[in-house]
Design a protein around this ligand. Structure first.
Ligand code: SAH
Length: 365
């Protein structure tokens, strides 16, 4: 129902609270239970007196998404959550249960993606549709509810799911505002990371508005022609502009925060020792932490293959020898295609087809 109030809209909720004469403390307990502690809808609502509970459940939209399917990895602690939006589109979020006990949620910001990177299944879906702040936030509420039922808490949020967060800037900022607000999610900004394909001006705006939110740049190559071959947007946002933006972001962010540099290791493309030297030179003087990430093969890019372990390790050693903070990452959730949007892609096609059929049927009347 679209005329329902959003749970994140403080003003309307406050108005409703006055109208229904709900005790402000009871309302706060309800909101904390749902947004901060991952209580089930029923137990969060139980914080409210009976009449208020019914009225609120009627008038307020607690969830923008429906959980369509959950797939748990048989190899590691990853779970892929497939959600359906009101418009019938499917998006995914991934729960990563790290061995140390820390739990991370990988959040989507769009359906599809306009960046069209060579190596990314979501990019192959084409044009993006922005998720609303409520659709972004409900991924977190739903995941927190599932995790609370397992006795786990959600620690880190990374915007590394489907979509380019900085192509959906206003909704991203609204979501970050709610996430960090003490009376809503109260998530420390230092436990949020936004990953981008590299839009220099938007990256600077993000660092100005949320200086303690971590930023990750999907660099993948410090060589302009190689980067253009992998990421079409590299033409519009060249390396020289990105380098300048990073220097400015280092000044805007607190001293303890490094910009993450994501570097996908692709055999014969960007994994030579010369490429490592180029990367070292490009990053000189910046406060960064390099993550070398293994490539998860996708059907749409048969010409690409991940670098083998030896290549990744010697590349990493070269960076470390130059004094760069470097982590060689290993992948989680590969068996459930949790790193790329393949499953969703086909299902969205079906959803769009179904939608078109309904529209056509409708227009006959
Ligand atoms: N649009 C944002 C966030 C989504 S992608 C961005 O580009 O950063 C999140 C990360 O996954 C990015 O670093 C992206 O380059 C990486 N990625 C995309 N496809 C991948 C694949 N097939 N294997 C491994 N990592 C991939």
């Amino acid at each position: 129902m679209t005329d329902q109030l959003s749970i994140y809209d403080r003003q309307s909720i406050e108005q409703l609270r006055r109208e229904l004469r709900i005790d402000p403390h009871a309302l706060r307990r309800f909101r904390n239970a749902l947004l901060k502690h991952g209580a089930s809808d029923a137990s969060a609502l139980a914080e409210l007196p009976d009449d208020a509970r019914r009225a609120l459940a009627d008038r307020v939209d607690l969830h923008a998404l429906e959980l369509h399917r959950r797939t748990d990895s048989q190899q590691d602690g990853a779970s892929k959550l497939l959600f359906r939006t009101r418009a019938g589109m499917l998006i995914e979020a991934v729960i990563l249960r790290i061995a140390t006990g820390r739990t991370t949620l990988c959040v989507s910001s769009q359906v599809g993606c306009a960046a069209a990177c060579e190596f990314c299944a979501t990019g192959k879906m084409g044009v993006a549709q922005n998720l609303s702040p409520g659709e972004i936030l409900d991924q977190i509420v739903r995941a927190r509810q599932l995790l609370a039922a397992e006795g786990r808490t959600l620690r880190n949020l990374v915007f590394m799911g489907m979509g380019e967060p900085l192509h959906n800037e206003e909704n991203l900022y609204a979501a970050l505002q709610s996430l960090t607000a003490p009376d809503l999610f109260h998530q420390p900004p230092s436990r949020i990371l936004v990953s981008t394909v590299g839009l220099p001006d938007a990256m600077i705006r993000l660092a100005r508005r949320f200086p303690s939110v971590h930023l990750a740049l999907s660099l993948h190559s410090a060589n302009q022609p190689v980067r253009e071959g992998l990421m079409p947007l590299a033409r519009r946002y060249p390396l020289v502009d990105l380098r300048r933006a990073l220097a400015q972001i280092n000044r805007l962010q607190p001293a303890g925060i490094d910009v993450m540099i994501e570097y996908l290791m692709l055999a014969g493309v960007n994994d030579s020792l010369e490429a490592a030297a180029e990367l070292v030179a490009w990053l000189a003087g910046l406060r960064v932490h390099v993550n070398l990430i293994p490539y998860n093969p996708i059907d749409d890019a048969p010409h690409l293959a991940g670098s083998d372990r030896d290549a990744r390790e010697s590349f990493g050693a070269r960076l470390k020898a130059a004094g760069l903070k470097t982590t060689i990452r290993y992948s989680l959730g590969a068996d459930v295609a949790a790193a790329c949007g393949q499953l969703v892609r086909q299902e969205n096609r079906a959803a769009r087809h179904e939608f078109r059929r309904l529209v056509e049927a409708e227009s006959l009347h």
